[in-house]
Design a protein around this ligand. Structure first.
Ligand code: SF4
Length: 424
């Protein structure tokens, strides 16, 4: 049942020896913390925002059915479609159907962990649809055929030099390790994709039920292109992202931004409320002007309603996916998020994985966490991840999913006061 353990130990050992990862994470920590702390210090009312954000999320999870109904009605009244997907397969099937019915050849994507969760890219590619990630970090890892290592910074495990090597290989010409030049290349390569794409796929940072509005936070401008240039926009989001009002959504964005990227405000916040429209000619409503003619929202359950109903784990659905806990985690800072993830990474990822992909997939994540509590201390939503990790471990033990090696270490500590056993 726990045959994964030795292989996993080997992967962790390799990551500990990974010099590129080490340098990349050191550079990340050096910049991220000074920016994040300065943003929080300079953001008036930050403590009010984060406490209010927790109240909003607590209320929203208690009233989720009502909020889903309101969101659906509002999106449909705007000429969009709404689909509640019970699981990953259901969501993928629905999105694939939308793409196939439009004979789509190319989809551009904004960064979305939910599409990672349901393995959407793989499914669309199998159907012959070209899928292009447009967030720079996501594009880099797509070129490398890797998975994201952080929910905010998908390519944070790579140094500038490593990204230059990837671009050189892809372009078959030497590219210098210069961030400005690398960004310029990405801009040139991706620009035509936005214009040619049949479908734009995005996630959502927050959804406002009172208007059916999706709030999307970004700095690059790729989300605006992906959700605006193609004729069809599909927004895929976890159901826990819904809050009652647009004002609530904006307030939550004020908490996400400093914690995610160390800014007071991101460069862009997009508020999307249905398909593009005009009534400029005799007030006749016509959909699809410069933006998409079609707008589809796919709201994903995939274990979330079970999480929300479980008093031991409900709190995990308050997570606003800011990534601060990963960035401050002592384990993450050593091994990063490639090995320490299934789809979601780190301690909070262990809780999410339990509900979205199953206890067996969450086992390596939960058992790697040291339960040191730094994530709880840094979390703007005050989510008690360490206590939930201990509860996952109880479940693992009951399900026979704890590796015997760890059981014997625990027994040695109990009996002999050390992990090794009887001392000679
Ligand atoms: S658990 Fe807290 S710190 Fe971590 S991503 Fe969620 S909201 Fe942010």
């Amino acid at each position: 049942m726990s045959s994964w353990f030795e292989a996993y130990k080997g992967e962790i050992s390799r990551e500990l020896e990974n010099e590129v990862l080490k340098i990349a994470l050191e550079r990340f920590s050096a910049t991220y913390w000074s920016k994040r702390n300065a943003a929080i210090k300079n953001l008036p009312y930050y403590n009010y925002y984060r406490k209010r954000a927790r109240e909003i999320k607590t209320w929203s999870i208690e009233h989720i059915d009502e909020l889903i109904k309101m969101t659906k009605e509002n999106i449909e009244s705007l000429g969009g479609t709404f689909y509640l997907a019970r699981n990953a397969e259901d969501a993928v099937k629905h999105v694939t159907k939308i793409c196939e019915e439009r004979n789509a050849k190319l989809a551009v994507k904004a960064k979305s962990m939910v599409t990672e969760e349901i393995s959407l890219n793989e499914a669309l590619i199998k159907k012959g649809i070209e899928v292009v990630e447009t967030d720079l970090g996501e594009w880099i890892i797509q070129l490398r055929n890797e998975k994201p290592s952080h929910i905010i910074y998908p390519a944070i495990h790579l140094t500038t030099e490593e990204v230059a090597r990837t671009f050189s290989k892809t372009l078959n010409s030497e590219v210098p390790p210069d961030a400005t030049k690398l960004v310029r290349i990405a801009r040139e390569k991706l620009r035509e994709k936005f214009v040619k794409a049949d479908i734009g796929i995005s996630g959502a940072n927050v959804i406002a039920a009172d208007t059916g509005t999706v709030l999307l936070i970004e700095n690059e401008g790729n989300i605006r292109f992906s959700t605006n240039a193609p004729p069809t926009h599909i927004c895929i989001s976890g159901m826990e992202k819904i809050v009652p009002t647009v004002e609530d959504a904006v307030l939550i964005s004020r908490v996400i931004t400093p914690n995610a990227t160390g800014q007071l405000m991101p460069v862009y916040i997009s508020l999307i409320t249905g398909p593009s429209r005009t009534a400029d000619i005799e007030l006749k409503l016509t959909l699809g002007v410069h933006g998409p003619k079609e707008y589809h929202m796919v709201l994903l359950d995939n274990g979330r309603s079970k999480m929300m109903e479980d008093p031991d784990f409900k709190e995990a659905s308050y997570c606003i996916r800011c990534g601060a806990c990963l960035s401050d985690c002592p384990v993450y800072r050593e091994i990063g998020g490639i090995v320490w993830s299934h789809k979601y990474m780190g301690g909070i990822g262990a809780i999410w994985t339990t509900f979205t992909h199953g206890l067996d997939k969450a086992a390596p994540l939960a058992l790697t966490c040291t339960t040191c509590g730094r994530c709880k201390a840094i979390c703007p939503m005050e989510i008690d991840t360490p206590t939930m990790i201990l509860k996952i471990r109880e479940k693992l033990l009951k399900a026979g999913l704890t590796p015997p090696q760890l059981i014997s270490i625990a027994e040695n500590i109990k009996t002999y006061g050390n992990p090794f056993g009887a001392l000679r």
